[in-house]
Design a protein around this ligand. Structure first.
Ligand SMILES: [Zn+2]
Length: 376
């Protein structure tokens, strides 16, 4: 996620924080220090309240992290690698490197998060019972965190995809109907309804109680969920459509070869601007020497374009990410995303067959959707 930074690493998973999470942290600490703890502990100094509030926020942060780690650990156990967790304003995301292969896997990965939140809620609830006669401040914090974890567990179990509950619903529908795309469509549809429900609730809260901030929060979460439901469905649909199509069938063979000693200025004037191409094969000693793209040229300062050569700016064949014609378009698209490129050279027996481009892949997805090659 852009705007995130890495905090630390647990169990082989990088824990990242998006800047928006810091807002949550500050807001939560502030609302505890100036709200709950102010009411509960009138005798406390300002400093004591803020220290206690920060400590509580850190434990809250730990509970969200534990929820996400539960998803990640189960996924890793099932052979689906997770290398990153990002915490952001609406909670956390575990970045699974591939999708679940069976409804059972999907179910187990999805349920692990809420189950962990409920387990933490139960532990903190027990702690509250034990602590309440002894140390009151810790007891208040434990009770607050127990409720917060319970709420997180319940909220995530709302059956709208891509919330955990939506994933559970999708796993069940997938298991019953044996159709992943249809199951995802139904679960996303429920997700969209839930999202509009949350937005309506937000408006009602604003109008009936005058709590503008809480109302706005519901509307924001609803809006986020609506977008997530739509885009996750599109993603599943796209991947499903592309998983059976090999790169071979979508080769762009109309690419041009350019000379490595051509200047960047000539490349731009003669090839890019005149013919509208954005990437070129660069000839080498016996075949492909490398690939040069518009992005490579843009990395060079404008003033050097008349003198710098294609050879200097291109990605040489040794460092080039290439694929074989049998690789599926789904895998190709994932590689493009991971390496942040818009096309991949397709090579067989050291011979360049052509390129697969992001634009062509998206076009074929649209066409296949239009032709109704979707239902499964
Ligand atoms: Zn979750």
């Amino acid at each position: 996620m852009p705007g995130s930074f890495r905090l630390f690493r647990i169990a082989g998973v990088d824990i990242e924080i998006h800047w928006s999470w810091l807002l949550v942290f500050v807001f939560l600490t502030w609302s505890l220090a100036a709200g709950l703890f102010q009411e509960e502990f009138e005798g406390w100094t300002q400093t004591e309240r803020w220290v206690a509030a920060s400590a509580t926020s850190i434990v809250f942060f730990g509970s969200i992290l534990a929820h996400e780690l539960a998803h990640s650990v189960v996924a890793n156990r099932l052979g689906i690698p997770v290398r990153r967790i990002t915490l952001f304003v609406f909670g956390g995301v575990s970045h699974l490197e591939s999708d679940s292969r069976t409804p059972r896997e999907e179910f187990l990965i999805a349920i692990a998060g809420p189950a962990t939140s409920f387990a933490i809620a139960a532990l903190l609830g027990a702690l509250w019972v034990i602590l309440s006669p002894i140390r009151e401040p810790a007891a208040v914090a434990a009770a607050y965190l127990a409720v917060a974890n319970g709420v997180i567990g319940v909220f995530n179990l709302i059956p709208g995809f891509p919330l955990d509950g939506g994933r559970v619903l999708r796993a069940i529908l997938w298991g019953v109907t044996n159709g992943l795309v249809r199951a995802t469509r139904l679960a996303s549809w429920v997700g969209t309804i839930v999202a509009y429900g949350l937005m309506a609730l937000g408006i009602a809260v604003m109008l009936l109680t005058g709590e503008i901030l809480s109302g706005a929060w519901f509307i924001l979460i609803g809006w986020f969920l609506r977008n997530a439901a739509e885009s996750s469905y599109q993603q599943v649909l796209t991947r499903h459509l592309l998983a059976s199509v090999p790169a071979r069938s979508l080769l762009d063979r109309s690419y041009q070869w350019v000379d490595p000693y051509m200047t960047l200025q000539t490349l731009l004037d003669e090839h890019v601007l005149r013919r509208g191409a954005r990437y070129f094969a660069v000839s080498g000693g016996t075949g492909l020497g490398g690939v040069i793209t518009l992005k490579d040229v843009q990395r060079f300062p404008k003033t050097s374009w008349p003198s710098a050569t294609v050879l200097q700016a291109m990605t040489p064949v040794e460092r080039l990410m290439v694929i074989s014609p049998a690789v599926t378009l789904d895998e190709a698209l994932q590689l493009m995303t991971r390496h942040n490129v818009n096309q991949l050279p397709v090579v067989e027996n050291d011979v360049l067959l052509g390129f697969v481009t992001r634009t062509d892949i998206m076009r074929t997805v649209r066409l296949r959707v239009e032709l109704g090659a979707v239902e499964k």
